[in-house]
Design a protein around this ligand. Structure first.
Ligand SMILES: Nc1nc2c(ncn2[C@@H]2O[C@H](COP(=O)(O)OP(=O)(O)OP(=O)(O)O)[C@@H](O)[C@H]2O)c(=O)[nH]1
Ligand SMILES: [Mg+2]
Length: 334
């Protein structure tokens, strides 16, 4: 049978969907296909969109897709969230939004539940990114909702991290504590039609010493960042005010995204990302393989049983016991 990878490389949606199912089900056939695909990846610009639930991330992505498509860019979306509208969720409006792109063969949307993954959500998301990248998607948007470790981890999976906030909520202690703000390359204050944005804007400016220029509506599209690219290797996040539901401010956000991509390419960070993703993928595979192998062997191992007995009788501790096991199986020397 022809490998699914051949279809994926031709951007065939059915082949990609089947491979994604293999990945989700941890079917070993996925690995054979991913092997064929990996050499064809590294092309996509991967954008993470995170922030509080309900802040308008999916609506924003939806509008962004239109801009990307009008620029003839192909798009993949990975929505890491069970309540996401991309799953055909609860709102009728969301379903209509979703349908808008469902006839466009150059937009591929994949939803992933947050829970139930061995080894966590990062691994499966990384593999989905590989498939979409191999399909030739110019842009891959990864949406995560919440203020947990998953959202902080997203930083390692993407080139550009967008943190979506909503003004007028007052207390941002929760997301500050979770470290979400620090991962932002770009801030979006959405629902600018509904909520006061000024307090949040000035809080962000104070927290990150952003200059007024980068925080005014629309000023993200001026060339202040382009100047700073030349001056130093650092990136200063900009703040964009948007009304995703009314398609306002998103054009400037798109410019900001391209500005960040430009910055990454100029500084060599765009390709560094691919090296770091490959490194993470490789470590994950090695660690999965080793732990599976080891735990399989330990199941009926007499030394393991003895060490466990010693432990229970307070004659040892798990650190010493683990070192002895590793010494036996891997010739591991400290
Ligand atoms: N007033 C107003 N409502 C908006 C705006 N953007 C989105 N919404 C509405 O906010 C609600 C939530 O939007 P979503 O796009 O589903 O938000 P989300 O962040 O993806 O939500 P989760 O995926 O559940 O975390 C929807 O009813 C949107 O129509 C906006 O700019 N202004
Ligand atoms: Mg959503």
């Amino acid at each position: 049978m022809e490998p699914l990878a051949n279809g994926v490389l031709k951007a065939d949606i059915k082949a990609a969907a089947k491979l994604m199912r293999y990945i989700e089900e941890e079917d070993t056939r996925a690995i054979d296909e991913l092997k064929l695909l990996y050499g064809h990846t590294g092309h996509s610009h991967i954008i993470g969109i995170t922030g509080l639930p309900g802040s308008g991330k999916s609506t924003l992505i939806d509008v962004m897709i239109e801009y990307f498509r009008s620029g003839k860019k192909t798009v993949g979306v990975i929505a890491v969230d069970p309540s996401s509208p991309f799953t055909g969720g609860s709102f009728l409006g969301d379903r209509i939004r979703m349908q808008k792109h469902s006839f466009d063969k150059d937009v591929f949307i994949k939803s992933l539940p947050t829970k139930g993954w061995r080894g966590g959500i990062s691994k499966v998301t990384s593999r989905m990114i590989t498939v979409m990248d191999a399909m030739g998607k110019d842009i891959i948007a990864v949406e995560t909702a919440g203020v947990g470790q998953t959202e902080v981890d997203i930083k390692n999976l993407v080139h550009t991290t967008i943190v979506v906030l909503v003004g007028g909520l007052g207390d941002y202690i929760q997301i500050i504590k979770a470290g979400i703000l620090e991962i932002a390359d770009i801030f979006v204050i959405n629902k600018a039609d509904k909520n006061n944005t000024e307090d949040l804007e000035s809080d962000l400016k104070n927290l990150f010493s952003l200059d007024t220029g980068s925080a005014k509506e629309g000023s993200g599209s001026d060339k202040s960042n382009a100047g700073s690219i030349k001056e130093s290797a650092g990136w200063k996040p900009s703040i964009y005010l948007t009304e995703a539901a009314n398609n306002k401010g998103v054009d400037r956000l798109i410019e900001g995204i391209f500005e960040h991509e430009n910055y990454l390419r100029l500084t060599g960070k765009f390709s560094n990302y691919f090296r770091s993703k490959s490194n993470n993928d490789m470590k994950e595979i090695i660690s999965d393989y080793l732990s599976n192998l080891l735990f399989e062997k330990l199941e009926n191992d007499s030394l393991y049983k003895k060490l466990l007995d010693d432990l229970i009788h307070n004659d040892s501790d798990p650190y010493t016991a683990a070192e002895k096991i590793l010494n036996q199986f891997l010739n591991f020397k400290k």
